[in-house]
Design a protein around this ligand. Structure first.
Ligand SMILES: *Cc1c(COP(=O)(O)O)cnc(C)c1O
Length: 360
């Protein structure tokens, strides 16, 4: 069976060894005679799967003990509401940095719960860069500062972690978690929808500093209260058991690759090759400021947009799938997450070269 090269932004490629393992365990997990999907989440077997997944994630990101790891549902989008509900803690305002469409969605949702101060925005230049620390207009009375370290659609990545003093920093790491090492202690809360670098869609990982828990906005649904989730080991209600298990297989795979430091070296190399090729091609272009170019999502345009359709069709025929840019920006986008191999990037570049030489 042939697996294609999948450059989808999300749900994204998963490592083949992970899918093979899941497949081998589908009907019978560990000789227990049943699928993980059919297990009680309270059973010893499932609790061991869940605990191992959490521990492996803690190891991979070196998560300090005073942080809770929550396996929530509703994707990253549900967090756009859960964050203000849980983190306003009596305050009326929060700071948001706006670097693109995901920031904007987070801002729009937060406005239902509080005053949003847009501390900086790169809308003035079509979201093609990340505002620098010096330009952030932070409010010392803000409940928290929210930003999107990697904008999946625009392909814009922060090259620094904002300094916010005593105000907790909140980050939507949906499309870059586990792609390189991270100093978790710099954050009040980190969240990431699973379907880019972790596992199946629907699951969302939340890593939150303990002292921020326990003071929710009145009316917050119980299932959305981080403290309730933390006190119940993310099992206040039935969790997304199979997604959690599959995320665990991905964490295990990542450990076998040598962890985040090792995969970061590969990611760096993959991204550099692709950007170097684009920049030198005279046929393709990427609009993002060089220091802020995403290592996970690489948008690019062709010299002439009228060739887009034939580029995509020929790519498809070569088994290079899902290269179409987001519907809002057009052009192309190659998402090159952890599970997208260096071979895939090499095959993409070879195809891009061939296409450019035939159409340039
Ligand atoms: C994909 C994505 C989301 C939305 O995730 P859902 O699971 O669809 O809610 C939010 N933020 C970023 C940065 C993303 O890449």
């Amino acid at each position: 069976m042939a697996r294609v090269y999948n450059f989808c932004a999300g749900p994204a490629a998963l490592p083949s060894p992970v899918l093979e393992k899941a497949s081998s365990e589908m009907l019978d997990w560990n000789g227990k005679g049943l699928s993980v999907m059919e297990m009680s989440h309270r059973s010893d077997e499932y609790v061991s799967i869940a605990n191992k997944a959490e521990q492996d994630l803690r190891d991979l990101l070196v998560i300090p003990d005073n942080y809770k790891v929550l396996f929530m549902q509703g994707g990253a989008t549900a967090q756009f509401a859960m964050i203000p509900m849980n983190l306003l803690r009596g305050k009326a305002t929060a700071d948001y940095i706006n670097t693109g469409q995901w920031s904007e969605k987070a801002i729009k949702e937060a406005k239902r719960y509080c005053d949003v101060n847009v501390a900086a925005s790169s809308a003035d230049d079509n979201f093609s860069y990340a505002p620098s620390q010096e330009t952030l207009k932070l409010n010392p009375d803000a409940a928290y500062v929210h930003y999107t370290p990697n904008e999946t659609i625009g392909g814009v990545m922060f090259d620094y972690i904002p300094e916010t003093g005593d105000v907790p920093l909140v980050a939507d790491f949906s499309s870059s978690i586990l792609s390189e090492s991270l100093d978790v202690s710099k954050f009040g809360l980190i969240y990431a929808g699973a379907q880019k670098n972790i596992g199946p869609a629907g699951l969302c990982i939340v890593i939150v500093r303990e002292d921020l828990l326990g003071e929710v906005v009145s009316g917050t649904p119980t299932a959305m209260d981080y403290k309730v989730a933390a006190d119940n080991g993310s099992m206040y209600n039935t969790p997304a058991t199979y997604s959690w298990y599959l995320a665990g297989l991905v964490f295990d795979w990542l450990k076998q690759q040598g962890g985040v430091e090792k995969i970061a070296v590969i990611n760096e190399r993959k991204a550099k090759k692709l950007y170097d090729y684009i920049d030198g091609s005279g046929f393709y272009a990427n609009p993002v400021a060089k220091p802020n170019r995403s290592k996970m999502n690489v948008p690019f345009t062709l010299k002439d947009a009228s060739m887009d359709a034939s580029f995509l069709q020929q790519a498809d025929e070569k088994g290079l799938l899902n290269l179409k840019g987001h519907r809002s920006v057009g052009g192309m986008r190659a998402s090159i997450y952890n599970a997208v191999t260096e071979d895939a990037v090499d095959a993409l570049i070879a195809f891009m070269q061939e296409f450019a030489s035939q159409n340039g």
